[in-house]
Ligand binder design. Structure first.
Ligand code: HEC
Ligand code: HEC
Ligand code: HEC
Ligand code: HEC
Length: 179
């Protein structure tokens, strides 16, 4: 074999391996994509709950599911019962709803993964923001109604201060916001 055809064979083998490896990789990605269609946004939730479907497409009001937002510190995550308000009748055979029903019947809350955080030393209260500040949920949480899975955010202090300055809310934060 001449030097040149040796190199060619070598290149062909390398090329072949590369192709094989990359098609394996693409195959694996496609497989994962179909297996976990919501992968790649926020943390995976125990039930594939989609804000896009509920708050976006079906236009269910945020407060139907998060009713305490103008009355307390926390907006509240809906209890399982609330899902069956609708899912008793709507797609009750859907595998995710069947899973939800197991929680309902065994009276165990769904262990939803928390997505939005403030550092431990910050106390945040929804009430003044919604009642007096008249802010929209999207001001802080982004376009939740377009997201299948919520993207995690840790709110840093700059986030609070910037908006407080813009809106002339108090920035005397050391007393008001920290424990
Ligand atoms: C001024 C910013 C701001 C606005 C406006 C806001 N949120 Fe929040 N929200 C936060 C922050 C900060 C946290 C994290 C709080 C924590 O970790 O203690 C949070 C957490 C939450 C949580 C999870 C924890 C909980 O409170 O139960 C829900 C649900 C929520 N928000 C819903 C809403 C809804 C619905 C609206 C609109 C009606 C809204 N938020 C408006 C800043 C905001
Ligand atoms: C006010 C009514 C209502 C409530 C409350 C409700 N849903 Fe739904 N949900 C719907 C509707 C409508 C659909 C769309 C059904 C369809 O596509 O035919 C849906 C679809 C779904 C789907 C399938 C999503 C998809 O990919 O198509 C899941 C899973 C689901 N809901 C879970 C939940 C969970 C979990 C809760 C409770 C936290 C809940 N839902 C509360 C009305 C509701
Ligand atoms: C049908 C019920 C339903 C509706 C309507 C709904 N949510 Fe939720 N929301 C949930 C459930 C269930 C969770 C917990 C699972 C998750 O994080 O996706 C949640 C979680 C959240 C969280 C994150 C809480 C955390 O873990 O930190 C925020 C913020 C939030 N919702 C805001 C909104 C906003 C804003 C709207 C309106 C645009 C809205 N939600 C409409 C059911 C609902
Ligand atoms: C998008 C704008 C915005 C963001 C972000 C924001 N705030 Fe506010 N905040 C306001 C407005 C507006 C008010 C209401 C001021 C009023 O009219 O009393 C308010 C009120 C408050 C109050 C009550 C003050 C009082 O007068 O009693 C506290 C405490 C507070 N915010 C803390 C925080 C913290 C902590 C964060 C960050 C995690 C934060 N805020 C993020 C706009 C914002």
């Amino acid at each position: 074999m001449s030097e040149r055809s040796k190199t060619q064979t070598f290149l062909r083998i390398r090329w072949g391996r590369w192709l094989a490896a990359s098609s394996l990789l693409i195959g694996a990605l496609l497989y994962l994509y179909y297996l976990y269609p919501q992968q790649g946004t926020g943390p995976r939730q125990p039930i594939y709950f989609s804000h896009r479907v509920h708050a976006g497409v079906k236009q269910i009001n945020c407060r139907f599911c998060h009713p305490f937002v103008d009355r307390s510190r926390n907006a509240g995550i809906p209890a399982v019962e609330k899902c069956f308000f609708c899912h008793e009748y709507i797609i009750p055979q859907h595998p995710q709803i069947v899973k939800e029903r197991e929680h309902y019947e065994s009276n165990t809350p769904v262990p939803w993964v928390q997505v939005y955080y403030v550092p431990d030393y910050v106390k945040f209260n929804h009430q003044p923001h919604i009642l007096w500040g008249r802010l929209d949920c999207t001001n802080c949480h982004g376009p939740v109604q377009n997201m299948d899975r919520l993207q995690p955010v840790e709110f840093q202090m700059g986030f609070c201060i910037d908006c407080h300055q813009q809106k002339n809310a108090q920035i005397d934060c050391w007393l008001a916001c920290h424990h």
